[in-house]
Every structure is written in structure tokens, then in C-alpha cells.
Ligand binder design. Structure first.
Ligand code: FNR
Length: 347
């Protein structure tokens, strides 16, 4: 019954995918010192070109969005050229690839860009130290001014245009996992009392402005979005967040984007204030194409699609362990189990 996964699917006038398996965005911290993709990254993505769509690892829209070592960027000519090698290699093998556009907001650290501060909605620090760099503690962010917010919107737009120049088929706006866009959408990180905080409409203003500027610049058919209505990573959920997403999702639906993608690590996780899982909540409030993700096997993912829980299945860790995931699943071969030690190398 895995057939469901392997039929081509028409997303819109611009995009038809060869199958319903999406490569989930996976940060690998393997770019060079100038945050340019390497040849090893070209080969890594090319090996996965038989997925219906690759969503790239999160890519920085500008230098001050960086919160982890060696995460790639899309804001210098060198980085755009580097990504062009990746997109060419994927296209040569018949695949499609979107760039996930990223600014980490308060999860950034001035260490990476030799700066004085990081920008976020409000001056609320993330607790703890940086993964992979435990000697660095998160800083108290500077609340972005209106002018700085306008510049961030412009820089998201420019990064989307750069992605198209680099040969990507489209972009996925990273609005999930507690990073900048998500920080505007949750009360635990947004205490603003101006037009960007305090009410659902205000808290959704910056995310919707990013969506609008990008979809006008490169086309809504080429624009996807990832959201985490439940706070679970880099952020704490608050029952008041529910009203923000109740407002946001129908607004996103009106924009007719290529798709909406659930941002979650394990979709069996339930959120009291969402009345269930993140995917269940998003399906209920959004009628467009939905990508589910989070600890699915080919069988449980295919069952979920058949039950109408979502339309496309994103696979993360199993695709780190199995570059030939699609072929293995289609031909009934056993999958290599994922292990965290596999993160040190691009296979
Ligand atoms: C992730 N995930 C993630 N999500 C995202 O939106 N952008 C990213 O860059 C990353 N990076 C990343 C790195 C690593 C090493 C892991 C394990 C996860 C989350 C990922 O896209 C996915 O939602 C989860 O991995 C759950 O799917 P699986 O792995 O259970 O299929």
C-alpha cells in the first residue's frame, strides 16, 4: 500500500513533483568558512534528487542571522554561485529543490558575525548555551525597531530573489522551530506593544509581510512556508498562541502558496492548546497542500496521507542515514537506522 507515495503530484501550474516524498530541511553545518556550499554538499544533495522535492538545509538570509557554525548563506555572490552547483546537480538528475530561508533571531550569536547584538522581537534571551559551542551563552537580544523590521523584510525578499538566481525551484520560508519569524508568533518571545505585538493581527504582521514580499517577488507558486504552532524547540508555548495561529492560518491560506509544512520533530506530540498534534491542528485550519513530518515511516506516512491527515510526507533523519531512501522503499529493501553519530559526515 505504499503506492500512494510514488505517484506524481501536481502542486500548481509551476510545480509537479515525481513523488510525495519530500526531503525535510536538515541543517548539517558543513559549509566552508565563507558559508559557501562545498562539493561534498553538491554530491550529498544530488544523491537525494529522486525525492519529489528537496527542501535545503536552512540558509541564512544575512550574516546576523547565524546561530550555528558553518551554516550556509545566500547573501554573497560566492554563496549564490556555490548553491548554483547544488541546484544544477539536482536538476541534472531530474530533481527539484527549494531553499529554506532562515534568520535565527535571538538564537543567533554575535560571535559568528563579529557583531554587537542580535535582533529579535523582544529583549528576552534564550536560556542556555549554544549546541556544538557550549562555551557560548545566548545573549539578550535587541528588540528590532520598525526600520530594522523593514530591512529584515527587504533582506528576506532579496534572499528569495538570490535563491532563484542560484537556480532553486522556489523557497520555503522558515517560520518554524523558534527562529526569528516564529519568535513574533509566540507570546513567550514577543512582548511588543507596537503594531508587531499584543494581538494576533499584530503578531502575524511581520510573518505575513515576509510571505507577501517573497510571493510578490518570485511568485506564490514558488513560495512555501514552515510553521510551528506548538512551541517545542528554542521557544515555550503559551495557550494564548492558539489565537495567533487561528488568525494566521486562514490568512496564509488566502495567499495560495505552494504548500504549508509542519515544523515538528515528532508528530505524535500533542499540544493541549492546539487540541492535538501540530499536523492535526494545521489540517483543521488550513485547506491548501500540507506537508506532514516527524518520526514517520513509509508505512505510517502513507497511511496518514490516505487518511487525509496531510498531502505530502517529509522525511528527515532516515534520509540522512539512507541517501537512496526512495529507491530502498520502492524496492522493499531494509533501511539503515539513523544514528546521531552520522551527523559528522555527509554520506
Ligand atoms: C532538523 N530539522 C530542521 N528543520 C528545519 O526546518 N530546518 C532545518 O535546517 C532543520 N535542521 C535539522 C537538522 C537535523 C540534524 C535534524 C535531525 C532535524 C527538523 C527536520 O526538518 C524534521 O522536521 C525532523 O527531523 C523530523 O523528521 P524525521 O527526522 O523524524 O523524519
Amino acid at each position: 500500500m505504499l503506492d500512494t507515495l510514488f505517484h506524481p503530484v501536481v502542486l500548481n501550474d509551476t510545480l509537479t513533483l515525481n513523488n510525495r516524498i519530500i526531503m525535510a530541511p536538515l541543517t548539517r553545518c558543513m559549509a566552508d568558512d565563507n558559508l559557501v556550499p562545498t562539493q561534498a554538499m553538491v554530491d550529498y544533495y544530488a544523491r537525494r534528487a529522486d525525492t519529489g522535492l528537496i527542501v535545503s538545509e536552512a540558509i541564512l538570509i544575512r550574516a546576523d542571522g547565524q546561530g550555528y557554525p558553518h551554516t550556509p548563506g545566500l547573501f554573497t555572490p560566492e554563496q549564490i554561485n556555490g548553491w548554483h552547483k547544488v541546484t544544477d546537480a539536482v536538476h541534472n538528475k531530474g530533481g527539484k529543490i527549494f531553499a529554506q530561508l532562515w534568520h535565527t533571531g535571538r538564537v543567533a550569536h554575535p560571535f559568528f558575525f563579529n557583531g554587537e547584538y542580535v535582533l529579535a522581537p523582544s529583549a528576552i534571551a534564550l536560556e542556555g548555551t549554544l549546541p556544538r559551542m557550549r562555551e557560548l551563552t545566548y545573549t539578550v537580544p535587541k528588540p528590532a525597531t520598525k526600520t530594522e523590521i523593514e530591512q529584515l523584510i527587504a533582506d528576506f525578499s532579496q534572499a528569495a530573489a538570490n535563491a532563484i538566481d542560484a537556480g532553486f525551484d522556489g523557497v520555503e520560508i522558515h517560520g518554524a522551530n523558534g527562529y526569528l519569524i516564529d519568535q513574533f508568533l509566540h507570546f513567550s518571545t514577543n512582548e511588543r506593544d507596537d503594531e508587531f505585538g499584543g494581538t494576533p493581527e499584530n503578531m502575524a504582521r511581520f510573518p505575513l509581510a515576509v510571505i507577501d514580499t517573497i510571493s510578490q517577488r518570485i511568485g506564490r507558486d514558488r513560495t512555501g512556508l514552515r510553521l510551528s504552532p506548538g512551541g517545542y524547540f528554542n521557544i515555550e508555548g503559551d495557550s494564548r498562541d492558539r489565537a495567533v495561529f487561528d488568525y494566521l492560518l486562514p490568512e496564509v491560506e488566502k495567499r495560495c502558496l505552494a504548500y504549508l509544512h509542519v515544523g515538528i520533530f515528532d508528530d505524535s506530540m500533542n499540544f493541549e492548546y492546539l487540541d492535538g498534534s501540530a499536523s492535526h491542528y494545521m489540517r483543521t485550519h488550513y485547506k491548501g497542500t500540507l506537508i506532514g513530518v516527524g518520526c514517520y515511516t513509509p508505512q505510517t506516512g502513507s497511511d496518514a496521507i490516505e487518511a487525509g491527515k496531510f498531502d505530502l510526507l517529509a522525511i528527515g533523519r532516515p534520509l540522512i542515514a539512507n541517501p537512496d531512501y526512495v529507491n530502498k522503499v520502492q524496492s522493499g529493501q531494509a533501511l539503515t537506522p539513523y544514528d546521531d553519530t552520522m551527523l559528522v559526515q555527509l554520506i
